[in-house]
Design a protein around this ligand. Structure first.
Ligand SMILES: *Cc1c(COP(=O)(O)O)cnc(C)c1O
Length: 337
């Protein structure tokens, strides 16, 4: 499943883990749409005396990590002979699916909630997607998408429900493992809205574990925004199911998911791995955006939330000084606004 010597000699894209993916790079459905996604660099950063490796996911073709999932999902849609894609998104998943649908020559409709960043809408429309702005919440956008899927028998290119998306986000974890010399850091910091990156990392850990390739599993630190933190709330309450909350507003629009469909699954993962979840307010996110920009890295507010959460966690736990930490910079600054 993970032939390390062979993997190390392959092109620097997520397709280097071909044995662990549903398709290989030479598969015609992939060759037609791949844009060299994956294998993003790790850049060192110091925070409170701790060495943090920032994984520059905003260097992806559509400027967020969602390309990892979108390329596998759209390849699968092509393999099944889908004629039309339907998605719902608060932004970056919609831009990624629109781009790969365009490359696949498939018409694509994206349902978005009110208040989605105009730049992300422009990006979707530039790729030829039909964008439907739903007057309502993120969940209302999903309901509208599902109605269209059922009415038109279209392919539901959902990054939340469709497991092929997590096959793609799994490579985020595999890359961390490879880039750290086939080992895991002490702490993996992840944003969580719908949890596609969390579920991907959990898959990577499970598959490596099954292959007997994990010596030192990482701890997870998950970060939500104060204004919309249903998973953090359930974690603290010690319950197994996530009660939906209404989004009270946050600048981290990409993680403001009030009713995460896989919330229970995410909670189970964090508990199984001995991880924790923190929430951050907009002030801390704004400070993290500014701190990153002052050090050359321009990201959207959602993408600064993990670092804001890490800073808060380190400040609250002076006794915890992890040796190696990896955090994503998941979306580009030019996407905001
Ligand atoms: C999608 C996204 C997230 C959250 O990912 P989930 O899969 O919803 O947990 C975080 N940051 C950015 C920039 C995103 O695009």
């Amino acid at each position: 499943m993970f032939p390390r010597d062979a993997i190390a000699r392959r092109a620097p894209t997520l397709w280097r883990y071909a044995e662990a993916l549903p398709f290989g790079p030479d598969d015609p459905v992939v060759a037609a749409i791949s844009m060299g996604e994956g294998f993003t660099p790790l850049v060192p950063h110091r925070l409170d005396g701790v060495e943090v490796l920032l994984k520059l996911e905003f260097l992806s073709p559509t400027l967020s990590f969602k390309d990892r999932g979108a390329v596998v999902l759209v390849a699968q849609a092509r393999a099944l002979g889908a004629a039309e894609l339907v998605a719902d998104s608060s932004g970056n998943a919609g831009t990624a699916i629109s781009a790969y649908a365009a490359r696949a020559g498939l018409p694509c409709t994206v349902y978005v909630p009110g208040g989605t960043s105009p730049k992300k809408l422009r990006q979707m429309r530039a790729h030829g997607a039909t964008v439907v702005e739903v007057d309502g919440s993120r969940e209302d956008a999903a309901t509208a998408a599902i109605e269209m899927v059922e009415a038109k028998r279209a392919y539901y290119a959902s990054h939340v429900y469709n497991p092929f998306f997590f096959e793609g986000t799994k490579t985020y974890g595999l890359e961390i493992w490879e880039q750290l010399g086939w080992s895991w850091p002490d702490l993996v910091v992840l944003p969580v809205g719908n949890g596609t990156l969390v579920l991907g990392v959990a898959r990577a850990l499970d598959e490596l574990e099954a292959a007997g390739l994990i010596d030192h599993p990482p701890r997870l630190l998950l970060v939500q925004a104060n204004g919309c933190a249903p998973i953090a709330r359930a974690f603290v309450a010690g319950v197994e199911d996530v009660e939906p909350v209404s989004n009270e507003g946050t600048i981290a629009e990409g993680i403001a998911i009030g009713a995460p469909a896989r919330g229970g699954q995410i909670l189970a993962i964090v508990r199984r791995l001995g991880g924790t979840i923190v929430t951050v307010d907009d002030e801390a996110i704004t400070a993290a955006v500014a701190d990153l920009a002052a050090r050359g890295l321009f990201v959207e507010p959602t993408a600064a939330a993990p670092l804001a959460g890490l800073a808060q966690y380190l400040a609250a736990h002076p006794e915890v000084r992890p040796d190696r930490v990896v955090a994503p910079l998941a979306g580009a600054g030019l996407k905001a606004g």
